[in-house]
Design a protein around this ligand. Structure first.
Ligand code: DQA
Length: 143
């Protein structure tokens, strides 16, 4: 399978950013872990990280017809970007939403995801492993 892994704002600062919440491993370490998991399963993973909503929307549009699945952590956009919701709905690529932290146990605004309704599933609170679990959903035949 061909995976596109999209990470939203501030996730480039993983390892330095609030390590008590997001852990001490870097964004590069996250990408390495995902790439290895893809390779072990005869798949490929490409990565896109942006701090800009429009760039994320462009990446979702460009994924259409190119990737089998998107794994997306829209970060703070999760909680208010109807534009990312619409972009995910507009393309014919299934997406799985992932959050590193337990968004249900933090500030109340984080418990709301406006983007999840455009995704086939949502995982949170599993740290970096959540990305691999989302990949496994598709690798095991989920659509
Ligand atoms: C996050 C949770 C969001 O609420 C937050 O804005 C992030 C990261 C997570 O992975 O836990 O930037 O998506």
């Amino acid at each position: 399978m061909k995976f596109l892994i999209i990470n939203g704002p501030n996730l480039n600062l993983l390892g330095r950013r609030e390590p008590d919440i997001y852990g001490d491993q870097s964004y590069e370490a996250l990408c390495r872990m995902i790439r290895e998991h893809a390779e072990q399963n005869g798949s490929t993973a490409d990565f896109f990280q942006s701090n800009h909503e429009g760039a994320i929307i462009d990446a979702i549009h460009a994924a259409d017809g190119v990737y089998d699945a998107i794994i997306i952590n829209p970060a703070a956009y999760t909680h208010y970007s109807y534009a990312i919701l619409d972009a995910l709905k507009a393309v014919d690529v299934p997406a799985y939403e992932v959050h590193i932290s337990h968004i249900d146990e933090r500030e109340s605004f984080r418990a709301i995801s406006v983007t999840a309704p455009a995704c086939v599933g949502q995982l949170y609170g599993h740290g970096f492993d959540g990305y691999l679990m989302a990949m496994d959903y598709f690798l095991e035949g989920g659509k």
